[in-house]
Design a protein around this ligand. Structure first.
Ligand code: ZN
Length: 438
């Protein structure tokens, strides 16, 4: 068991600041932190335990900046009905499995949007069991009838049982719920500026919060030092409004224009494009076994938009928009963080979807180097944790992945979990050849 004070010797280090591999290094770890790094030529043996890591490569643990440790089980549209009707406790217990599965895939820090994250954060921090660092947004703020309200169920029931949202309408309620979520232990605040395309009144093209509400959320969150705000924005208009309100990260953001991309770049606002999910959106929302999925319509739209089908033409238009927007962000130098938006199995698999996201970032134009930075240094910034994680540097947490091949030269090291030999969290061995180490 690796923990406490020790030195990894003869190791090749990819520190994450640049992705060049430095061979023949030593890495001293103490109390969960990286104490010292240097070439073996300068190594002075001390009383610390030495672990010879000849032939191994170390890189910083990966970070997923957009995930829901929701603990539900569902598929397709309306999957949330079954999930909401399950006891919260069952979901909470499943979320442990989800977080640990992420860890087995090399993700040592997660930015989570769910109630569960608030509690997972504590038990993993206290080392009750192996788990990643959870940067908790708690439940995100959604309007009544918005993304995460499940209008097929009675309102009071949804308010009590939703797993990742807290319904908030109007300036006063937004302020109150920001305070409430922070009180429960959240590190960041999330809100849905547009719908998400899952439920009846949840169109991605509608603006769900007023400028006044967005301003109130940001102002209230930022009142508490270090609290960042992330906004789900799927339209040009809401990206503009959210930037005006002062958000720190934009989630999805598939309708960027030149001016908005420039503004994000200048202000250092981070984009979490959740590219794999959006590029394959129409397949995700398909109910297994059905061909063209029907758009779900609540009572209010029964006559206006009955039996609308998702057409191939619409699918292709949307796909192009997603990719064009991502290219624009890349071109304008917007900081881009990896986020998978994994929500529940079997619709998407924890860990696997994050690795798919890494592949998608490369497939759509990032260099391997850029993609790794998105999953380490930039994702650390999106978590407000760049001072603690994302690179291998003295003073930072010893969150490390160890491989037998250079992951920068062979990306398969990162896109297939079986290639990760060891995962270390806070200096403690957490995963050994795909299995939890304690
Ligand atoms: Zn999400």
């Amino acid at each position: 068991m690796i923990e406490g004070r020790y030195v990894l010797t003869n190791i090749t280090i990819i520190n994450g600041k640049n992705n060049r591999a430095k061979p023949d290094m030593f890495l001293k770890i103490h109390d969960g932190n990286i104490e010292e790094i240097g070439p073996m030529a300068n190594y002075v043996p001390s009383a610390s335990r030495e672990v010879d890591m000849s032939g191994y490569y170390a890189m910083p643990g990966l970070i997923d900046a957009h995930i829901h440790l929701a603990g539900g089980r569902g598929c397709g549209l309306w999957g949330d009905t079954e999930i909401l009707c399950e006891p919260k406790e069952v979901r909470a217990m499943r979320s442990v499995y989800e977080a640990q599965k992420m860890l087995k895939h090399g993700f040592t820090t997660l930015r989570d949007i769910s109630w569960n994250g608030l509690y997972l954060k504590r038990i993993f921090h206290d080392k009750v069991m192996p788990g990643p660092k959870v940067i908790a947004c708690g439940p995100g703020l959604a309007r009544s009838g918005g993304h995460c309200d499940s209008p097929q169920l009675p309102l009071e029931f949804v308010k009590k049982n939703h797993f990742w949202a807290i319904l908030s309408d109007g300036r006063e309620e937004c302020i109150k719920n920001v305070r409430r979520v922070l009180r429960e232990g959240a590190d960041q605040i999330k809100f849905w500026a547009t719908g998400g395309g899952n439920w009846g009144t949840d169109r991605i093209t509608d603006t769900h919060y007023s400028q006044e509400e967005m301003n109130a959320i940001c102002e209230e969150a930022h009142r508490i030092a270090g609290t960042m705000v992330c906004a789900h924005c799927e339209t040009e208009e809401t990206i503009r409004m959210a930037l005006k309100a002062g958000v720190d990260t934009i989630e999805h953001g598939e309708e960027l224009n030149e001016k908005l991309a420039e503004e994000m770049s200048q202000k250092g606002v981070i984009l979490v494009p959740t590219l794999y999910l959006l590029a394959n959106w129409y397949d995700f929302v398909k109910t297994p076994g059905s061909d063209a999925p029907k758009l779900i319509r609540p009572d209010a739209f029964l006559y206006r938009e009955a039996d609308t089908l998702l057409t191939d033409q619409e699918k292709n238009r949307y796909h192009k928009q997603v990719i064009d927007s991502f290219h624009l962000a890349l071109k304008k130098g917007v900081k881009i963080a990896l986020g998978s938006d994994t929500v529940y199995e079997p619709a998407c698999e924890y860990g696997e979807q994050s690795m798919q996201e890494l592949k998608e970032l490369i497939k759509q134009g990032m260099s391997v180097d850029q993609a790794i930075k998105s999953a380490t240094e930039i994702a650390a910034q999106a978590c407000g944790m760049a001072h603690r994680v994302g690179t291998i540097e003295p003073g930072k947490a010893a969150d490390l992945l160890l491989f037998k091949e250079n992951p920068v030269e062979n990306i398969k090291m990162l896109t297939d979990k079986d290639n990760i030999e060891y995962v270390i969290v806070d200096g403690k061995l957490a995963v050994e050849h795909g299995k939890l180490a304690w």
